[in-house]
Write a protein that binds this ligand. Structure first.
Ligand SMILES: O=C(O)c1cccc(C(=O)CC[C@H]2O[C@@H](n3cnc4c(=O)[nH]cnc43)[C@H](O)[C@@H]2O)c1
Ligand SMILES: [Zn+2]
Length: 353
């Protein structure tokens, strides 16, 4: 686990401001959000797993040599989710962690294929996430929505299964708003997934594939052209292509930027070399997200602190970033207006202290 929770270079006051700032999280993975406490509880339940039961040992276990190693470790945690009760517990606890950070709305990326192929009944899976979603909204006031993603490396069988689960009216959960594509990009060309995205879009889902995280800007173009992406997960390599940056800015396609993730998976060498500055300078809509927070030793508050430092933002700049995420979300207009107003009221109150 990368050890930089609470960016030590963030001014103390901004850290406190961010902690109370109402936020939206648009790029965070379900299994990748399992806290050390949940991972060790699940690992103790399933002792045949190689995942450490001691939360302290998870720090080393969550230290990645590259993106492929990250996915290998990620799948070992997926292997711990074996029953609908595991799914419900994980989902509800993830919502608790989001609520603690004043996250009012989150789109959680879930990979149902990974669970159904491991034997969890599909109906029971949907019921577990929906039950947790409703309980989280009632108990914490945090609104959760789902993005179902295709684990691209698992091939077209996974694409077909994910599309079926997302579009079958008898299964599709009420909270589902979008359709994604995750996992490694190398050797997994985006265009092959066009028919699946076409079906998901026809069923009313928004298109939010990962692209340009571990491959070049051409993957982002492919996601835009073939998958009709409305937002891009990461899009880090877009900075290498000025025409692409201009296109993203002109068409208002937001990037779901996850700075610490990019360092932890070694997609970017250091935070200071992160292209977030280039995105902002080109007028691209930047949203700040945490991806797989406990695995990367971060959380959303820390990602905002990192962004404040890299973009040289004050409180108003941070509030604008938070509003970018609300605006780029798939929440309805009234819900967006409510959270943006809350952000403005909080910021004005903070600055008037
Ligand atoms: O579940 C399986 O059996 C399986 C078989 C082959 C390949 C896969 C995957 O590739 C799963 C990838 C998994 O990773 C998730 N994820 C989490 N963080 C990221 C990220 O930063 N970039 C891309 N993918 C990420 C993704 O949601 C998939 O669930 C699975
Ligand atoms: Zn991701």
């Amino acid at each position: 686990m990368t050890e930089h929770l609470v960016d030590p270079r963030a001014p103390r006051d901004l850290t406190a401001f961010v902690a109370g700032l109402p936020k939206a999280e648009l790029h965070v993975h379900h299994v990748g959000s399992a806290s050390p406490r949940i991972v060790s509880e699940l690992a103790a339940r399933h002792p045949d797993s190689k995942v450490p039961t001691d939360p302290a040992a998870l720090v080393d276990y969550f230290s990645f040599t590259d993106f492929a190693h990250f996915i290998e470790v990620y799948l070992s945690v997926v292997d711990l989710i074996r029953t609908p009760e595991d799914v419900r517990l994980l989902t509800f606890e993830v919502a608790r962690d989001l609520a603690r950070q004043q996250v009012r709305y989150a789109e959680l990326t879930i990979t149902p294929f990974s669970s159904t192929r491991r034997g969890i009944d599909e109906r029971a899976f949907m019921d577990a996430i929906e039950d947790a979603r409703k309980a989280a909204e009632a108990d914490f006031g945090t609104v959760l929505r789902w993005c179902f993603d295709i684990p691209g490396e698992a091939g077209l069988e996974a694409a077909e299964e994910t599309t079926r689960l997302a579009t079958d009216d008898r299964l599709r959960p009420e909270g589902l708003v979008s359709f994604g594509l995750g996992g490694p990009e190398v050797g997994v060309p985006r265009p092959q997934f066009k028919p699946y995205f076409d079906r998901a879009i026809a069923a009313g889902l928004h298109s939010v594939p990962h692209a340009g995280e571990t491959t070049g800007p051409e993957t982002v173009w492919d996601a835009l052209t073939h998958l009709r992406a409305e937002r891009i997960g990461h899009g880090t390599s877009s900075a290498q292509d000025p025409k692409l940056l201009a296109h993203l800015a002109e068409h208002g396609i937001p990037l779901e930027v996850c700075p610490t993730s990019n360092i932890a998976t070694r997609a970017v060498r250091t935070l200071d070399e992160h292209p977030i500055k280039e995105f902002a300078a080109a007028g691209v809509v930047v949203t700040i997200n945490s991806d797989d927070p406990p695995m990367f030793g971060t959380d959303l508050d820390n990602e905002y602190a990192v962004a404040a430092r890299l973009l040289d933002l004050d409180e108003r700049g941070l509030a604008d970033l938070a509003k970018n995420a609300v605006e780029a979300s798939f929440l309805d207009a009234a819900g967006k207006a409510r959270i943006k107003e809350e952000i403005d009221t909080y910021t004005a109150g903070w600055l008037d202290r």
